[in-house]
Design a protein around this ligand. Structure first.
Ligand code: ADP
Ligand code: MG
Length: 726
């Protein structure tokens, strides 16, 4: 009931539409299983609507990642169109993920002229399989000259088509005519293929012949902030940049920890309820929701699925989070650091390896053999994270995420791995041939002994680690809340595939598998244990130890991290695994840095604009009014001292001068930035010159906010934003 009231009062639509909307929601409110996935052309729908032959071929294609027989495409397209039209769709789009990090779509209607002058709804196999968006405005990082504007999109049948609004969305990969990937999905699919290939080689060595496919499974936990829309609209920084560029600390922040897992406020609860319904209709298994550490911060976690599906679904989730917020008079902020002084938002990428037979390969097994296999896979991840720590760091680098990493609220910028005492103990015992006390004080013999179960409790105590083993999966915690999870998973899949390839090459040729395996695991532990760290990642001494004693990378900013993409060792791995070509990597380097530069440049310009048009005039008029009040008092009585006014006006005047000077200085640096053409130099210049100027200006403006009467301040402050949603 409360829900309906919220809906009606918030909606500005006509009565008819509102009634329809309520009716629709009442129907949907009946039972989740009834409407779950109702907007998805999933297995259930396919089975019901396709002939058994077509259905079986399509299933094979999906299961084994094979190409779809073009002869079948017409039948699939026709069934898909009928289903979509019955469910209210009038248009279709190839839905893809260009390198901007968001999703793109270009809608075409199903209508086709009929001989009698009317129209029919039509959709061919050709239209399903391939699209040709005019994509000249999507970034290609030099991969595609603008005169060859066309790229093409190709259906990814492993991700189900779905209906959004009145449009049938067909998940696709996006490539140039030369075949280079212009999106995030293509390399992700390639990395999954690479991983599958190498993981199968390893499973075969352990006598496992029944598994036909190994896929990475991913469950991304998404953090976000909700703020009131009216307040949001008063802040140009939020509108233009997604984060606050100014804002004095309110008297209360997150120090009481009273928001974390606290009771959810009614407006937020109504939002979450509708968000869940929308996601469920799209077959997204939104499962957990709770308040996060910072006030106004929340989290949503889905149940994990295959990594390319998880990527598509996470993109959709972010989009729907924002849409639903708008219906509730709210704005969902996905920026990594919307507010200084309180925690930013991340995205924990839970990752594991599953087989088509339903086994989680990162779960210690029940037999000695399974355990040996588990340890080898564990080693593969350890080595991958150590060898390609730079790539993992680069995969999550953005201007926004730079504010989070290493700020004692998120993992440090140094990549390390947490395994927990128990598992670390087992590895040490194997490495040194010493007894492991967990297993009846015996030495561990791989292939003979059964390992203890690593329950979540003993493995997940450390929240400061960038990459933590949590019992039967790893949690990569460095991702920013607005990041597409594609990049991190591409690097992770590729790096693990590389370790597995190395192991398979050694073990396949070995005359004595068991001995060779034991030696291999020992060697890997010995060479890569430097990446394992179970202590407090926020500790200053850790950074010192990591960089000076262990030789780990500390890539603090995006420009530092991006250079990793072009390092020979990293390029060699990614190209030999068939995940990226060299040209594709160079294009990504350009695009990521370009994005960094543009983001910060817009922030600098927004700061200058807000200062000149809003902050300085506000402080000036407060100072002038205060001075006028003092003069008025003096007129009444010459002897009144006006100490308070004098002090305040003096302080405000000097702040105004300081702000003005710092704004000039920021503008000068921004102007100089625009004269630099090389993208690498631009990024370095931003890191070294522009960002410090922005911090200096902010400090002075925030001080002015503290000194200025609330009624004069031109936009809502931190207290209003963080505590404004009831
Ligand atoms: P926490 O917030 O304590 O890390 P949650 O339960 O909120 O834990 O999130 C755990 C996430 O990990 C969920 O998205 C869940 O589906 C996912 N997950 C669980 N098992 C696996 C697995 N085998 N592979 C990938 N993700 C997994
Ligand atoms: Mg987590």
């Amino acid at each position: 009931m409360r829900h309906r009231e919220t809906k009606t009062s918030q909606s500005k639509c006509s009565g008819v539409f509102v009634s329809f909307f309520i009716l629709e929601r009442v129907i949907f409110m009946k039972s989740v299983p009834d409407y779950f996935g109702s907007k998805v052309f999933d297995n259930r729908v396919m089975k019901a609507r396709l002939s058994p032959d077509v259905y079986n071929s399509l299933k094979q294609t999906i299961k084994q990642g094979k190409k779809l027989d073009s002869g079948l495409a017409d039948s699939v397209a026709s069934a898909m169109k009928d289903w979509a039209v019955e469910n209210g769709a009038t248009h279709f789009t190839h839905w893809f993920q260009p390198l901007t990090g968001i999703t793109a779509e270009k809608h075409d209607s199903f209508i086709a002229p009929a001989p009698d002058g009317r129209v029919i709804m039509d959709f061919s196999g050709k239209e399903l399989i391939k699209g040709e968006p005019d994509a000249s405005s999507f970034p290609s990082g030099g991969l595609r000259a603008t005169f060859e504007a066309r790229g093409y999109t190709a259906w990814d049948p492993t991700s189900f088509a779905f209906i959004k609004g009145k449009t049938l969305c067909i998940p696709t990969a996006f490539c140039s005519y030369g075949g280079e990937a212009l999106d995030k999905k293509t390399p992700l699919l390639r990395s999954m293929e690479a991983l599958n290939k190498q993981a199968l080689r390893i499973l075969r060595l352990f006598g496992n012949d029944s598994v036909k496919r190994v896929v990475p499974s991913v469950g991304p936990e998404q953090e976000y902030f909700l703020v009131d829309r009216e307040m949001y609209e008063k802040r140009k920084d939020l509108i233009y940049t997604g984060r606050t560029l100014f804002g004095a600390k309110p008297p209360k922040g997150q120090e009481m920890d009273d928001h974390y897992f606290g009771a959810i406020k009614p407006r937020v609860a109504a939002y979450m309820e509708e968000l869940n319904e929308e996601l469920w209709k799209l077959g997204i298994l939104a499962k957990t929701e709770h308040n996060e550490v910072a006030p106004a911060q929340h989290e949503l976690a889905p149940i994990y699925t295959t990594s390319n599906l998880a990527t598509d679904q996470n993109q959709l989730t972010m989009e729907i989070m924002q849409k639903v917020a708008a219906r509730h008079g709210l704005v969902c902020l996905l920026h990594e650091k919307p507010f200084a002084g309180v925690n930013g938002s991340g995205k924990h990428n839970n990752w594991s390896l599953s087989t088509d037979t339903g086994v989680n390969l990162l779960s210690p097994g029940d037999t000695p053999y399974e355990n040996a296999q588990f340890l080898l896979l564990l080693c593969a991840v350890i080595q991958a994270v150590d060898d390609y720590q730079g790539l993992l760091r680069a995969s999550i680098a953005t201007a926004g995420n730079d504010h989070r990493l290493g700020a004692n609220e998120a993992p440090p910028a140094v990549v390390s791995m947490f395994l927990g005492q128990e598992l670390t103990g087992v590895l040490e015992a194997i490495e040194t041939d010493k007894p492991y006390f967990g297993i009846e004080k015996r030495k561990i013999k791989l292939g003979v002994d059964i390992l203890p179960r690593f329950v979540r409790d003993t493995t997940d105590r450390n929240r400061t680690s960038p990459f933590a083993f949590t019992g039967n999966k790893f949690e990569f915690r460095m991702l920013g809340s607005s990041n597409s999870i594609a990049c991190a998973n591409i690097m992770l899949n590729a790096a693990v595939a590389e370790s597995l390839k190395m192991y398979a090459d050694i073990l396949e040729d070995s005359p004595d598998f068991k001995t060779e395996l034991h030696e291999l695991i020992k060697t890997v532990i010995r060479s890569h244990k430097r990446i394992i760290f179970n202590g407090n990642g926020y500790d200053e001494s850790w950074i010192d130890e990591a960089t000076n004693k262990r030789g780990l990378l500390n890539l603090r900013t995006t420009p530092d991290a991006m250079a990793e993409l072009l390092k020979k060792k990293n390029m060699d791995m990614l190209t030999s695994q068939g995940v990226f070509s060299e040209a594709e990597l160079r294009s990504r380097y350009e695009i990521m840095l370009d994005n960094y530069c543009k983001t910060v440049c817009i922030e600098a310009q927004t700061m200058s604009d807000m200062v000149r048009k809003q902050i300085l005039p506000a402080v000036e008029s407060y100072a002038a009014d205060t001075a006028a009040a003092a003069s008025a008092k003096k007129l009444l009585d010459e002897d009144i001292s006006c100490c308070y006014e004098r002090k305040l006006v003096r302080k405000l005047s000097s702040l105004v001068d300081c702000i003005d000077e710092r704004t000039d200085s920021l503008d000068a640096v921004t102007a100089k930035l625009k004269t630099i053409s090389d993208i690498t130099k631009q990024a370095m210049f931003i890191r070294d010159e522009l960002l410090p100027k922005m911090s200096q200006l902010r400090a002075a403006a925030d001080e002015a906010e503290i000194m200025t009467a609330e009624t004069y301040w031109p936009f809502p402050g931190y207290g209003d934003l963080l505590f404004g949603v009831k």
